[in-house]
Ligand binder design. Structure first.
Ligand SMILES: Cc1cc2nc3c(=O)[nH]c(=O)nc-3n(C[C@H](O)[C@H](O)[C@H](O)COP(=O)(O)O)c2cc1C
Length: 192
């Protein structure tokens, strides 16, 4: 199962990028073919309809093709003001746009349609970013994704990882694995 894992942060020491690495390894351990994507590698401009009218940026096309090729996704979403980040929204907005004059990308939701998406979050706060996930789930459903019922928000993230980047707490690790398992199980059934 081709599985895409990415974080809605490009910060060097990002907790969510660290959690994405943990989730990616969990997915590999469950037999998935994992792409651990870094949004920093794409540097998408802020969406603007005038810019789009000059031609969809090549990086948007590239990213649309990548996400479309993965039936299973895990998103690690930081929480900004009880919601998801502008980076994540901007990325999803660009990905949801049809490309004028390109029949392959005439349907905006094509990269999202029928993807099975697991949601994780990490924050140094007590709630771990769970409120942001409450906003992100309906957005992903709007985009025609199947959102896994299990989700996990890692609180006190600054002390949660050891120096190898692994989660110290076995229960938290099991929660990440639980989300990944549910995503892979469902994606495998949906694409059988
Ligand atoms: C604008 C802004 C708003 C934030 N709002 C929240 C919040 O509502 N809840 C929370 O737990 N953390 C909040 N934080 C702290 C982030 O969780 C913290 O910056 C975290 O490290 C971001 O994720 P990252 O480590 O993956 O980059 C906020 C940070 C910023 C910059």
């Amino acid at each position: 199962m081709k599985t895409l894992v990415f974080a809605g942060s490009t910060r060097q020491q990002s907790f969510n990028r660290r959690l994405a690495a943990v989730a990616a390894q969990a997915a590999r351990d469950l037999g998935a073919d994992v792409t651990l994507l870094e949004l920093a590698d794409f540097e998408l401009p802020l969406y603007n309809g005038d810019l789009e009218a000059q031609g969809t940026p090549d990086k948007v096309r590239e990213l649309k093709a990548i996400v479309h090729a993965h039936p299973a996704w895990i998103i690690c979403s930081p929480e900004y003001n009880a919601s998801y980040t502008g980076l994540l929204k901007n990325t999803l907005d660009w990905l949801s746009r049809p490309i004028a004059g390109d029949a392959d990308w005439a349907v905006g939701t094509k990269p999202f349609n029928n993807k099975v998406v697991g949601l994780l979050a990490a924050s140094n706060g007590a709630l771990g970013g769970v409120r942001g996930l409450g906003q992100l789930a309906p957005l992903m459903r709007q985009l025609q994704c199947w959102v896994a019922p299990k989700q996990f928000a890692l609180g006190q993230a600054a002390t949660a990882f050891d120096d190898k980047g692994l989660l110290r707490d076995a229960t938290q690790q099991a929660s990440v694995v639980g989300v990944v398992e549910q995503v892979l199980h469902t994606a495998r059934k949906l694409n059988a």
